[in-house]
Each structure stands twice: as structure tokens, then as C-alpha cells.
Ligand binder design. Sequence first.
Ligand code: EPU
Length: 419
Amino acid sequence: MTAQKFIIEGGTPLQGELKIQGAKNSVLPIIAAAAMCSGETVIENCPEITDTYSSTRIMTHLGFNCVFENNTMIIRSSGQRISEIPDELMREMRSSIIYMGALTGSLGECTMTFPGGCELGPRPIDMHIAALKKLGAKVSDEYGIIRCSAENGLHGAKINLNYPSVGTTENIMLAAALAKGETVIYNAAREPEISDLAGFLNRCGAKIKGAGNSTVIIEGVKKLHGCTYSVMPDRIAAATYIAAAASSGGEITLDGIDRGVCESCISVFEQMGCKFYEYSNRIYVDAKRKLKGVNKITTMPHPGFPTDAQAVIMAALCKSSGSSIFVENIFENRYRHVDALVKMGADIKVIGKAAIVNGVDKLYGAKVSATDLRGGAAMAVAGLGAEGITEISEIRHIDRGYENFEGAITKLGGNIRRA
Ligand code: EPU
């Protein structure tokens, strides 16, 4: 297939209403959790993004039938189960690591290679492996092949994470759901997607308490059964469309999402001068005024400001009055979008973990290449507020996490097409 591009003509303020897609970072672990369930699982509000398709390829390989239509995925076990994931499937996304807990927990073994995903600097899996070992698995890593086994099943344990890793917390919840006895995770990640995964698992018969807090308690059960579950809205997609409205000076309404789930981003947009009104599961955003710089935006684990929204908010702030300082604490290499923004006329300096954005009056369209999922989205946000045409190549990165991105922007009156 020829590589695709987005062609964006900037300058039209976004306007209108948009339904927010289901959350990528929720649906991927939820699909993996369905690999632990008997019977049929129905996942609603499932975003049509390429990472979801990668998950269905893994599930099909593992012995499940997946039917995915109209944002609903139906997963049924086909009888024969497989506990090994080939390298080409593992490398399609970072979330493939979640199958370590799901398979070892339900089948007592798994064989896999290292996961892929966005290149954001080193993304080790040492915490995942250490946690599985605590739960009683034997884990070996030779020539890049990871083998986990627990002949007599996993057992509960007290696990103190030295960092609240999202993926590790999810892997432990999956592995411990069918383990013997109680598992307690201290310093667990508190992201809303963790609560969503726990909500799904509990509906399947698991006994998980405290998800969304630092201490999560999982009492192992003997069996999980399928259920019907609707995935939470994607707070990072919401932040991206708000950033696009802010960059273009527009006013939009996001449907299907509450302010609470986006609070850490909305408070930054408010400092930028955007106005928000909420009503019945909708957020109205008025971003018609010139944006103001924000003193300091520091990425932190939830409930702090999310690293995933750093790039798109930086793109909107390029055209603000005054200066803004970003500090990226989660990933070593998450400023890869900066060169493209500078090419479009932004004034940004990166010094180690910090990026200083000095607002400019205008951005100009340019030919740029998406570096990663959120970095690519940031280029689109900048392009919508720029003069002239922006051409973004390597948009496969954007397709990994945004459902019909061009459709969403077009619905808001933006000028974008896929070529
Ligand atoms: N880390 C380790 N060792 C581990 C695991 C993590 O050192 O074994 C480090 C990572 O290298 C990183 C930090 O801990 O520096 C945070 O990693 P975490 O495990 O919390 O992140 P993740 O599970 O790999 C998820 C999201 C990311 C999001 C981060 C942080 C999914 C599929 N991915 O990744 O989403 O940035 O949490 O919130 O849930 C995105 O959507 O664009 C994205 C990258």
C-alpha cells in the first residue's frame, strides 16, 4: 500500500459537535482481558483504530473469533487455545505486553517477544517481569524470547511498584484475577483506564477493589466469564480536538465525555484562556480568543498532567502570547514533534527534559512527517491553525490511536483530506 498523507489547509476556526471515540488505552487491555474469559464477550464503544485491529490479530492467533462492526467487538473462544505470540504481532504495538499477564494467568504459560509501539525512548519491561515473578511465574528471557510459566498456577502477592506504571498495574490485575489468594498492589497507577479495566474484569466475575487509587486489592477467583461492557471515552482524543479548536480559534462541543475525566488537561486549557461549559455528558469549548502562554506544564502520572497530551497542547501554544515551559517526566524522547513545529514557524527550544515555547503570531504550512502517535496529531493541530497547506506523511502513527481523524476534523469544519 502506498504511504498515505494528510493534507490540511489551515485557517478555518473549528466549529460544531463531535462524539468522542472510545479510549485506546482502555480498549487494548480490555480485549486482552477477554482472552481470560469463557463464553462470549461484547465490547461496545470500541474505537476503530489500527491498534484495535492489531489486538484482533493477536486474539485470532490465540484461538478466538473476533467480529468487529459498528464499534462493537464480539469475542468468542473457538476452543483451541494458544499461549505463544509471534514477533510480528508483538511488534505492532506496546500493549501486546499485556498478554503476558492475561495468558500466564489463564493458561499458566506464555511465550512472546518484546513489544513494539511508539518510539518515545527506552521502554523497558523489567517491572512487568518482576511482578509476574512475584506472582509465582518462572520467567526467562533468552535471545529476545520471553517465556513465562506457572505450572501450578499463580498465587497472590504483595507488590510494591517503585513507579506507578500503567502497563505493569494492568498486567498484575490480569494475572492476579485468576491467581490463588489475594494480591495487593501498592503505588499502583491511578489512570482512569485502570478503573475501566477493573470495571470490565469485575463484570466478568473478578474481585478487584480500589482501582483508581494507589492501593488495589485483587482477590483471585476460579473463573471469568464473558460480559457486555462499554469502553470509557478517550480523554487524550478529547484533549487533541480541544487543542485543534484552540489552535484554529474555534468553538466546539464534545459529546459523550465528562469534564472530570479530562480535568488535568482542561485546567491547562483554562490557563490558556479557553472557556468551558458542561452539560449532560457534553463539554462545550470556547477557544475564540488569542491564547495565553502557560507558566509551567509538567507531565506526571495521573492525576497529574498526562504525557500523552503534551504534544498536542504544545502545538496549540505555539501561537500564544507569551512563553510556556513544558517539563516531560515520563518518557525520555517525547519531543520528537518539535522539529516539525519549528519548521512550521514555531519558536521552541528543548533543553533536556524542558521545552520552552515562545509564542509567535503565525504558523505556516509545511511538509512534515509524523514521528509517533501524539506527535503526529500535534502536527495536525498546528496545521489547522497555520496559514497555507500542511502535508503530514507517515500518518499510520495517527491511525494507531485516532478513529477516522480526518472525518472528525471535517465534521468540525476543518479542511483536511487523506491522500
Ligand atoms: N517503565 C519502566 N519499566 C517497566 C515499565 C515502565 O521503566 O517495566 C517506565 C517507562 O519506560 C516509562 C514510564 O515507566 O518511562 C511509564 O511507563 P508506563 O508503564 O506507565 O506506560 P505504558 O503502560 O507503557 C501507557 C500508555 C501510554 C502512556 C503511558 C503513561 C497504553 C497502551 N499506553 O503506556 O500511551 O503514555 O501509559 O501514561 O496504555 C499513547 O497513548 O500515546 C501512549 C504512549
